[in-house]
Design a protein around this ligand. Structure first.
Ligand code: ISE
Length: 336
């Protein structure tokens, strides 16, 4: 059985997912590419051999020749399109965040609960990254004792021009919110957000430093710096009572010239997490085939958990105070 996929959004991520589906994921065909710009949809459809290019996402979701939907359109469209796909009974791989509003995530959760099954696999691809997986299993095997804290940093070369100051927390940090929750297997209870003095806080992508507390009493700190200039750089360290696991950026080559050894950084997240995206998308195709939700993938509940801490983070930044995080009860559909 071949799963026919409609990709909604033909920007940076949509085009990358189209390439992956067309070239790297067996058992799936790129059927439709949909984008608000027909020109962009046609280009990506043409580049990766999709049968159709459209501009109306609802039409793409409802087509009889589409079995599954991959949402890579702007953040504010993720939840409405996910709801439309749930109504059409089609599985979705939705780019993060599910929504920047926890209320809206709850609407998606409600729709899945009423349907009695999960449809949404959320694109927190770092769960599939080898380094985070090793970190999690070292903790599980007891090699570093009980976890005490997790340090994270997440740097981009330059923030896109549409980035607002708060998007460091609502668009970039959700990766860390999710992956630290996944590694530590704990929920968040409070967040504090700091901004260094001497920066232009109105500039898009101004840096933030967060400290998040969880219900196991562990501390997670996260630096987001979207204008780091030198390269895409994501690292972290899980600190336990008996040791630590450091997350390196995989570097495949060292260039030796002019008496100097040089290692290069990726320009953005696509090469850094290429393998994680590939495994994630394969898991999605398996999910679309079997209806069995992939074991380690993020779901709508995880999307809600990331959104609620991001919302509290924005408040913490605005009010300059520690904000407590309270969550609704987890529905049985998402029981661990
Ligand atoms: C972006 O939206 C992503 O998803 C990238 O993975 C992340 O590194 C970047 O900071 C986000 O803004």
């Amino acid at each position: 059985m071949t799963i026919k996929i409609a990709i909604i959004g033909a920007g940076l991520m949509g085009a990358d997912h189209a390439r992956l589906i067309a070239e790297d994921v067996p058992g799936a065909t790129l059927q439709v590419v949909c984008d608000a710009s027909l020109e962009r949809a046609l280009k990506v459809a043409d580049d990766y051999g999709a049968a159709h290019a459209l501009t109306d996402p609802l039409q793409a979701i409802l087509r009889d020749d589409v079995d599954a939907v991959l949402i890579a359109s702007p953040d504010e469209t993720h939840a409405p399109l996910s709801l439309a796909a749930i109504e059409a009974g089609k599985p979705v791989l939705c780019e993060k965040p599910l929504s920047q509003s926890s209320e809206e995530c709850l609407r998606v959760i409600k729709a899945e609960v009423s349907a009695g099954r999960q449809f949404i696999q959320l694109g927190f691809m770092r769960r599939y990254d080898q380094s985070y997986r090793e970190m999690k299993s070292a903790l599980g095997r007891g090699e570093i004792g009980d976890a005490v804290m997790m340090h994270n940093f997440h740097r981009n070369v330059e923030a896109p021009s549409n980035f607002t100051g708060q998007m460091a927390i609502t668009n970039s940090a959700p990766h860390e919110f999710d992956v630290a929750r996944f590694v530590l297997d704990a929920d968040y209870t409070a967040i504090s957000v700091f901004q260094p003095a001497g920066i232009d806080a109105s500039r898009t992508g101004a840096p933030v430093f967060m400290v998040v507390e969880n219900d196991k009493g562990q501390l997670v700190n996260i630096e987001i710096n979207n204008n780091a200039a030198y390269g895409y750089d994501v690292r972290g360290e899980l600190v336990g009572q008996k040791g630590s696991v450091f997350l390196n950026t995989p570097i495949h080559t060292t260039y030796n010239t002019n008496l100097t050894a040089t290692e290069r950084y990726a320009p953005d997240w696509r090469p850094r997490f290429a393998e994680a995206y590939r495994i994630q998308n394969k898991a999605f195709v398996e999910f679309a085939k079997t209806g069995k939700f992939p074991a380690i993938a993020a779901n709508s509940w995880d999307g809600y958990c990331a959104a609620i801490v991001a919302e509290a983070g924005v408040q913490a930044l605005v009010k300059r105070e520690r904000i407590a995080i309270t969550m609704v009860d987890r529905p049985n559909l998402y029981a661990r």
